[in-house]
Design a protein around this ligand. Structure first.
Ligand code: ZN
Length: 463
């Protein structure tokens, strides 16, 4: 049984599945007009971990995540750069997948693009207009939130209090400041699509409700995104589904904020300016480990210091992988638990980890158990208990692999030559050949590594 916090109930609840054994989930994807930022990295990592873990536990996960390839930001960037909207969208979609590949976020089962679903969006807008839940103004079609009695369910506030807090806008044609555009009428020079109620383009909130229902069907299991999407984006998606009489998602999940230190995004402090920037400077696995060490609903601080701390922890895992010659797992192939049968310490580790991950994806508790097991595996090997230590180390590799973390540095971060030198140095130290160990340390330092010794062996990292 999978339990997960549901934002509507404000509580951890059983994820009741439409079809037993299958999980249908929709994750709101990016609007592609700029490089992915650290917040994108956090929520994609969180939901990638969830998807991988549920797959590991034997569920078939249908994972849909969209690309919003038309919006105001894309239009203004195209205008600024003297290019077209499709060119901007295609360029930043490439940047997106490049970053996703590098942090090891597996590609979604399906990736709907908003511009390919405009006809379905036109149909939804027309039906909402016909039932008088939506109304036209001079610049677009708006959804009347007062027509959905439980509007505010995801915000956790009733309509009256939301209304009291809403900003008064210049658009006095709107019946309420909370009403939102589901269709924007065409402006000269902007891309538009034909519609019986006036040519134009869809509003963002209309895209996801149409695409998720189209691909996953009514009553799909889980709709997720970053915490900032809870209101108004998800509230507004839900409101349209309710007004259209469609059974929408049965469970809402949201992941926490990213904080970048006191002075937000300041380059002078050496903070990362984008996810792409971070991936150029660090071991790509470090962000995943940083995310895993916090609960997915808590905010995390992503700075060069917290990333460096994660890199130090990774070096313990890399040392374990070298000592036991463990395979590199993770990547696009998902690990599945039925392929493994563990007993003894390894079996107990799996049981302990499964218990906390099945209960609201408690990755920090799981990671703590896995690091304790690293110490135990090394201790067992030190006292010559080879069978026990080998099985435990293997289970650690598989369980980290199930969370998408490979115990070996990627080829880019740790080339074959450096890896061979580290292994040779560990052998020299085991044989108490200190002169050779020093020579190999110098060689590694020449290659630009910081070399550190620990009980588990040599670990190297970039300065
Ligand atoms: Zn969305």
């Amino acid at each position: 049984m999978i339990r997960l916090f549901d934002s509507v109930y404000g509580d951890v609840r059983e994820l009741e599945l439409r079809d037993p054994g299958r999980i249908s989930m929709y994750v709101c994807g990016p609007t592609v007009y700029d490089l992915p930022h650290l917040g994108h990295g956090r929520y994609t990592l969180v939901w990638d971990v969830a998807r991988r873990w549920y797959t590991f536990r034997g569920y078939v996960v249908d994972f849909v995540s969209n690309i919003t390839d038309i919006d105001d930001n894309i239009i203004s960037r195209a205008l600024r750069e003297g290019t077209t909207e499709p060119e901007v969208a295609a360029r930043f979609e490439r940047e997106w997948w490049d970053a996703m590949d590098r942090i090891g976020v597996a590609r979604p089962s399906r990736v709907p693009h908003a511009t390919q679903y405009v006809a379905d969006m036109v149909e939804l807008v027309a039906s909402l207009l016909a039932s008088d839940v939506a109304y036209a103004t001079s610049d677009g079609v708006y959804f009347d939130v007062s027509r959905v009695p439980d509007y505010g369910l995801l915000a956790g506030q009733p309509l009256d209090s939301l209304r009291a807090g809403a900003r008064i806008e210049a658009n006095d044609e709107k019946r309420s400041p909370l009403d939102f555009a589901i269709w924007k009428f065409a402006k000269p020079g902007e891309p538009s699509w034909p519609a019986p109620f006036g040519d134009g383009r869809p509003g963002w909130h209309t895209e996801c409700v149409v695409m998720s229902l189209d691909l996953l069907g009514e009553g799909f299991d889980l709709h997720t995104g970053g915490f900032d999407l809870r209101f108004p984006h998800h509230e507004n998606e839900r409101a349209q589904a309710v007004a259209a009489g469609r059974d929408f998602t049965h469970h809402w999940g949201h992941s926490g904020w990213v904080m970048v230190g006191e002075e937000k995004m300041s380059k002078s402090l050496g903070n990362f300016t984008s996810l792409t920037d971070m991936l150029e400077k660090t071991d790509a696995r470090a962000y995943r480990l940083l995310v895993l060490r916090s609960h997915y609903r808590s905010p995390i601080e992503v700075t060069p210091d917290t990333i460096a701390d994660a890199e130090r922890a990774l070096s313990r895992l890399d040392a374990l992988a070298r000592r036991f010659d463990l395979p590199a797992l993770a990547g696009d192939t998902m690990v599945i638990c039925s392929d493994y049968h563990w007993s003894g310490l390894a079996g107990a580790l799996y049981e302990g980890v499964a218990l906390v991950l099945d209960d609201d994806l408690n990755t920090p508790l799981a990671v703590a158990q896995l690091f304790e097991a690293v110490s135990a595996a090394n201790a067992a090997a030190d006292r010559g208990d080879l069978e026990e230590s080998r099985e435990l180390a293997g289970a650690i590799a598989v369980l980290f692999g199930a969370l998408g973390l490979s115990l070996r540095a990627s080829a880019a971060a740790l080339d074959g030559q450096s890896e061979d030198l580290v292994a040779a140095r560990d052998r020299a130290r085991a044989q108490r050949d200190w002169a050779e160990a020093d020579r190999l340390r110098d060689r590694l330092e020449e290659l630009g590594w910081v070399v550190e010794d620990s009980a588990e062996g040599t670990s190297i990292r970039r300065p």
